[in-house]
Ligand binder design. Structure first.
Ligand code: NI
Length: 164
């Protein structure tokens, strides 16, 4: 599976809900975990592999593989914190992003079971980053506009080179 990069329109789409959690979705989830681990990532959202559906996978520092299908962030803490983020779709760029410290998320897993999770630390961070992907939002949208413009320009040039 190839991870799509900044500049690909699919990253900017508002992803649609998963209608049925079936074997196709379960094998997609497995492939996404494989791709994520191979790329040294800790989270991967379906739009990043070219599927504009509301699904992401996470494996944060506790090592637990978590699947979020049709997730909803139902609460966020007032306390904010800064953390350096990166994204498999924006390789080799890292920057500090301020987000709520804790989140509560509701979703279904790959078996269709609904769950509610209260997360803090790195897990809360990854969940928010991946959730953003489903809304067509990238972490560079949350940094200074002039820095974002530079990153976008760099990737535009790279993409132009690759298509020549
Ligand atoms: Ni990302």
């Amino acid at each position: 599976m190839e991870v799509v990069r900044l500049g690909n329109d699919v990253l900017r789409d508002h992803a649609v809900p998963v209608e049925e959690i079936n074997d196709e979705i379960r094998s997609l989830v497995e492939e996404m975990f494989d791709t994520m681990v191979k790329s040294d990532g800790i989270g991967l959202a379906a739009p990043q592999i070219g599927r504009s559906i509301r699904l992401f996978v996470v494996r944060a520092d506790d090592g637990v593989k978590r699947v979020f299908i049709n997730p909803q962030i139902i609460a966020t803490s007032q306390e904010m914190c800064s953390y350096e983020e990166g994204c498999l779709s924006i390789p080799k760029y890292y920057d500090d992003v301020i987000r709520p410290e804790r989140v509560t998320v509701q979703a279904r897993n790959e078996n269709g079971r609904r769950f509610t999770l209260e997360a803090d630390g790195l897990l809360a961070r990854v969940i928010q980053h991946e959730y953003d992907h489903l809304e067509g939002i990238l972490f560079i949208d949350r940094i200074a506009p002039e820095k974002k413009a530079k990153v976008e320009e760099k990737f535009r040039k790279k993409a132009a080179k690759e298509t020549v």
